[in-house]
Design a protein around this ligand. Sequence first.
Ligand code: PLP
Length: 377
Amino acid sequence: MIYLDSAATTPLDENVLEAMLPYLKENFGNPSSQHGAGRSASAGVLAARDKIAKLTGCKSEEVFFVSGGTEAGNWALKGACAANSERGRHIVVSAIEHPALIESAKDMRKFGWEVSFINPDKNGVILPDEIEKAIRDDTVFCAVMHANNETGVIQPVSEIGEICRRRGLFYYCDCVQTAGVLPFPSEHCSAFGISAHKFYGPKGAGVLCVKEGAKISRLISGGKQERGLRGGTTNAAAVVGCAAALENAVLSREENNKKISALCERFKNRALSEIEGTSLNGAGNILPATANISFDGCDGENILFLLDLKGIAVSTGSACSAGAVTPSHVLTAMGLPAERVSSAVRFTFGKYNTEEEADETLEVLKQSVAKIRSLNI
Ligand code: PLP
């Protein structure tokens, strides 16, 4: 298989699995238990928290273990609204956020909150001025992600963070696609979220970092875990794995970015120049791993299926629900025509991809696009 869908998920690194195994076997105790078995598990959790704090530029008390990016986004939005509602009932969310934020914002409407969704420009960038214009005296919360998962476009989060700080609102920055790729925007936001399975860690593990002074209520009520703010028995193996994977990612960031960027650039440039009727979606600063390309006269889903038949994994931005395909909300918000949206395919490279894989994909892609165009399907 040629796997070019690293923005969707990544395989577990061998040394991460090794770090996790003792917490699935001999250190199986409940980290909240007071006996030796519990203390062994809790030592792993404590060390993982400290490691993640150091790697992200946060304090250990600011690190909260969660189940991943979706929970981090839900908790940040709903928890910040609940804790800061004396200020008002309005939130500002970029229209290119992951559904974790978009759907959470829509949930708040059911409780009488007003939501302003802010569209990006045609390059896929959320302009700080647009955020500033949308903020009102009763705005409580703002979400603009660090980089978009479909286009890879990096957002001006330091400027947006500065606006939110000046206007006194809670700013959540979804860093799910940028953890281990870009430095963490810890000083620019009230909270940010990461998800271990995007950086060669386990699925179902992530972190919400809530900066000191930012007010947030709990989303999951239960025991006293995570300082009483997130109930539920801590998954020691998962958090140890998350910390080990983040350490790998941060320590080898430059090396990985260099390798991945060279592969992706080569693939992108060749695809755009050697296949007619192609356009790159998103412009400006783009993550090193991402190439989102539209192919005139083709349905992205058909390209995906033909590549899949040859053992190549890519993705489209469209979501399939109840048998119906919904066009990408990200490309649509950028104002791209429907044809270009439905013909988009996302290729995301990872640290295990090779030049041979990129070149082979290009050859299969050329044939697939030609076939679809000739059949006019
Ligand atoms: N945010 C972004 C930008 C993502 O790309 C994803 C996953 O694709 C998520 C949030 C959700 O993360 P998780 O799969 O850990 O729930």
